[in-house]
Design a binder for this molecule. Sequence first.
Ligand SMILES: *[C@@H]1O[C@H](CO)[C@@H](O)[C@H](O)[C@H]1NC(C)=O
Ligand SMILES: *[C@@H]1O[C@H](CO)[C@@H](O)[C@H](O)[C@H]1NC(C)=O
Length: 423
Amino acid sequence: MMLTQRGVYFTVILAVILGSDCKFVSSYSVTDAENIHTAILTSYNKHVLPEEPVIVQAEYNLLTINSLEMKTQTLTTSGWFTVVWNDSRLAWTKSSYGNIEHIYASQKIIWHPELIVENSVIGLTNLGQDDIQLRIQYDGEVRWEPPAVLSTSCDMDVTFFPYDIQTCEVELASWGFPSTAVNLSFLKTHVNLNNYRTNGEWDLLSTDQHHGAIIEDDLTYSELLFSLHVQRLPGYYLMSVIFPVIVTAVLTSVTFMLPVESGEKVGYILTVLLALAVLLTLFSDSLPTTSKHTSVLVIFLTVTLGLASFVIILTVLIIRLYHKPDSDVMPQWVHRFVNKCRTLKCKTATVSLTDDKVSRKVNTTPQGGKSVWSDKDTVRPFEDDKNTNKDLAEFFDKSCFFVFTVVYLMVVLGFTMTLGTSS
Ligand SMILES: *[C@@H]1O[C@H](CO)[C@@H](O)[C@H](O)[C@H]1NC(C)=O
Ligand SMILES: *[C@@H]1O[C@H](CO)[C@@H](O)[C@H](O)[C@H]1NC(C)=O
C-alpha cells in the first residue's frame, strides 16, 4: 500500500519533470529556425501560385474612424487587414525541427495575393510593404497583416443632417489574379472591433460584410465589401447650426410689431436677413454640397431666407401705405375686406357675451352699411366704411404679424418634426 502510493507520487513527479522537459524541447532555437528557412525557402519561387484557386481569407480590423467628410464624401479609417491562405510548399514536419510551430519571413520573398482597396480616393496601390513580416505555420498556413490608413469614397445621404446615419464600405479586391486563381472569402463574420477607439463625431452602430465581384471582359475578380454603419452625434450641429437658425428665423416676424413711426422696420428686417445670410455662409462649409440628396436643413434655410425677403417687400408696402396722404384713397374692396375682417374678429371676441344679439345684428350689417358695433364700447367703433391709410397700415401690420408667426411656427415645427422622425 505504502509502496504503491510512493510509486504514484514518483510517477507524478516524473511526469511533471518530463512535461517541463517536453516544453523545454519545443522551445525556440535559432539553428532550427534557420534550418526551416533553408529547407522551405531555398528553392521557393514566389511567382508561382501555391494552388489554384488559392482560397484567401481576409478580415478587416478597424482601429479608428478618423473622419467622414460630407464635402468630399470621404471616409478615412485606420486599421489593418488579416489575410490568411495555405501554401503547402511552406509546410514542415514539426518534430524534425525542434517542434517549432511558426517562422517569420518578409513579404518580399513569399508569394502573397495582390490586394487593393478598390474605392480608395488617394491612389490605387497594392496593400502592404516589402518589409512586412508574414507568419508561417508548420502546416503551411500563412498569415499576412498589412496595415493601412484608408481614404475611401462614401456615398452619403445627408437628407436628415445632422441626424444622419451613413453606410460606408471598404472594398477589398484581388488585383491581377482573377477569382479562378485567387478566391477571396471572409475570415470572420464581422469586422473586428476589439481594438476600436471611438470617434468624437461618429458613433459606430454596426458592421457587416458581403461578397462582390469586379467583372472585366470575361474575367471575374473576387471582392470583399466591409460595411460600416455610423451615426452622426448631432450635439455640436444642434448648438451651432440648428438653434441659431431657428432663433433668427423666428425674429423675422417681429418686424411687424415695430411701429412705423420708429423708422426702424426696414433696418431691423434687413439686419435679420443679413444675419441669416451670414449663418448660411458660415455653415456652407459644413453643409452638404451634393445635389443627389437635398438636406432638410438646406430647404429650411432657403424657405427662411425666402420668407424674410417676402417680409421685406410687405414691410416696404406697409410703410408706403402708412405715409400716403389721406386724399389718396385705397380701392373700395380693400376697405370692404378690412371691415369684414374686423367684424369677424369682433364677432369672435364678443360672441360668448351676447350670443343671440350678435347674430341678429350681424345679419343686418350688409344692408345697413353702418357698423353694428357703433353702440358698443367693448370694441373700437368705426363710423364709416372708409378707414384712414394709417388705420389700414396698422391693420395689415397686425395681421401680417399673426400670419407670419403662424407660418414660422409651422415651418419650424415641420422642420424639427421631419428631423425628429429620422432618428
Ligand atoms: C488551410 O488548411 C487547413 C487544413 O488543411 C484548413 O483547415 C484551413 O481552412 C485552410 N485555410 C485556408 C485559408 O484555406
Ligand atoms: C470562390 O469561393 C466561393 C465560396 O467561398 C464559391 O462559391 C465560388 O464558386 C468560388 N469561386 C471560384 C472561381 O472558385
